[in-house]
Design a protein around this ligand. Structure first.
Ligand code: PEP
Length: 248
C-alpha cells in the first residue's frame, strides 16, 4: 500500500516572517497525521526551511531546477545547489513553467534526470488544458508528457519519481476535477508506468493537483490511484493545508 503524500507548492509567495509562522503552525498541527508531507518553496527560503524543519516530519524542496550544472547561466539554480539545502523534492514541469517559460517535455525530462543525479526526487507534473480535454486529448497529452521523462530515465529510475496530474484548467481556478475524472487519468498514468517498469508502477506516488481543498480532499484521496496532492493556494494557510493532510 502506498503512503499518501501531500506537497505544498508555495509558488512565488512567502516572506521570512510569514514563512516562520506558517511552518511552525503546520509542524504544531501534524500530531496524528498519517500522511507524509512536504513544502516546495522559493529557493531563497530553502535555508529557512532547513533550519525550521530539520527534525520535524515535514520535508522540503524546490519548485524548479536548471537543466545545466554549474556555469555561466545567469539566474539559474542547479540541482547540486538544491541538494546542499537537503531538499528531498524538486517540482519539474509545472504547467506555469511549461506555459510561461516555454519548457518542453524534453526539457522537463532533463530536469528530472538532473534532480535524480543529485539524489533528490523529482515531482513530474503533467496535465491538459481545457481545450485539450474538450477535444478528447487528455490521455494523449499527459501520456506524451510522461513518456518524454520515462524515455530519458533508465528503467530503474522510474521507481524514484513522483508524478503529479494537474489539469491546467483546475489550477488556481477553484474548479477541481471530480474524483472519477482524476482517477481515470491516474489509472492511465499508472498503466503507462507499468509498461516501463511493472514493479515500480505499484510504488510510484501519483498526486492530484488542482484546487484541492479540505472540502474536496477526502473524496479525491479515496480513489485507488490518487496517492496524495500537490497543493497550491491551500498550502499557504496552515489550517487548510493541515485539513488536507488530515483527510489523507
Ligand atoms: C499548483 O499550482 O500546483 C496547484 C495545484 O494550485 P492550486 O491548488 O491553487 O490549484
Amino acid at each position: 500500500m502506498r503512503a499518501k503524500l501531500i506537497v505544498g507548492n508555495w509558488k512565488m509567495n512567502g516572506s521570512r516572517a510569514g514563512n516562520a509562522r506558517l511552518l511552525a503552525d503546520i509542524a504544531a498541527g501534524l500530531d496524528s497525521a498519517r500522511a507524509q508531507c512536504a513544502v516546495c518553496v522559493p529557493s531563497p527560503y530553502l535555508q529557512q526551511c532547513e533550519e525550521a524543519l530539520s527534525g520535524t516530519p515535514i520535508a522540503w524542496g524546490a519548485q524548479d531546477v536548471s537543466v545545466h550544472g554549474f556555469g555561466a547561466f545567469t539566474g539559474e539554480v542547479c540541482a547540486k545547489m538544491l541538494s546542499e539545502f537537503a531538499c528531498r523534492y524538486v517540482i519539474v514541469g509545472h504547467s506555469e513553467r511549461r506555459a510561461y517559460h516555454m519548457e518542453s517535455s524534453e526539457m522537463v525530462a532533463q530536469k528530472a534526470k538532473a534532480v535524480l543525479a543529485e539524489g533528490m526526487t523529482p515531482i513530474v507534473c503533467v496535465g491538459e488544458t481545457l481545450e485539450e480535454r474538450e477535444a478528447g486529448q487528455t490521455a494523449q497529452v499527459v501520456g506524451a508528457q510522461l513518456d518524454a521523462v520515462l524515455e530519458l530515465l533508465g528503467t530503474a529510475d522510474v521507481a524514484k519519481i513522483v508524478v503529479a496530474y494537474e489539469p491546467v484548467w483546475a489550477i488556481g481556478t477553484g474548479k477541481n476535477a471530480t474524483p472519477e475524472m482524476a482517477q481515470a487519468v491516474h489509472a492511465h498514468l499508472r498503466a503507462q508506468l507499468k509498461a516501463r517498469n511493472a514493479e515500480a508502477a505499484e510504488s510510484v506516488p501519483i498526486l492530484y493537483g488542482g484546487s484541492m481543498k479540505p472540502e474536496n480532499a477526502k473524496a479525491l484521496l479515496a480513489q485507488p490511484d490518487i496517492d496524495g496532492g500537490l497543493i497550491g493556494g491551500a498550502a499557504l494557510k496552515a489550517q487548510d493545508f493541515l485539513g488536507i493532510i488530515h483527510s489523507a
